[in-house]
Design a protein around this ligand. Sequence first.
Ligand SMILES: [Cu+2]
Length: 149
Amino acid sequence: MKNIKLVTLCSLLLLSIPALSAEYTVKMLNSGVDGMMVFEPGYLSINKGDTVKFEATDKAHNSASARGLIPEGATPWMGRMSQDISVTFDTEGVYIYECTPHKMMAMVGVIKVGNPTNLADIKAKSMLYKKGFVMNPKRLDKYLSNVEG
Ligand SMILES: [Cu+2]
C-alpha cells in the first residue's frame, strides 16, 4: 500500500514538471526605454525549457539568432518580418539575437538560459559583431553586463 502511494506521488511530480516552464514576451519596438529600434526587454534571464514570444508590436521588425553567437548545439531561429515568433530554449547558455534590417542600429537582444557557460566566448566574439553597429554602440555591452558570470 505504501509503495502504491509513493508511485502515485512520483507520477504526480513528473506530470507537474512541464507546468514549471514559463513563457516570456519580448516586444519589437520602433521606440522603447533603451531608445530607437529596440527589443524590450533587451535582456532576459530564463530557465532551460522556457519559451520567449517575440511580439511584432511595431511592424517591419523580426527576431533572428545572431550567427555564431548562440551556445554550441543550440538551434538557430529566423523570424519573418512583422510576425510573432515563439522560441523554446532547450540549450543552456548566452544567446545574442538581432532584427535583420536594424542590426546596424544595434537592434539586438541578449537571453541567458540557465548556466551562462559560454559567456567568455560570446563576449569575445561580440567584439567583432559590434563593429557593424553605426549607432547605440554600448547597447549590447549593457545587456551583456547583466549576465552574472
Ligand atoms: Cu527592427
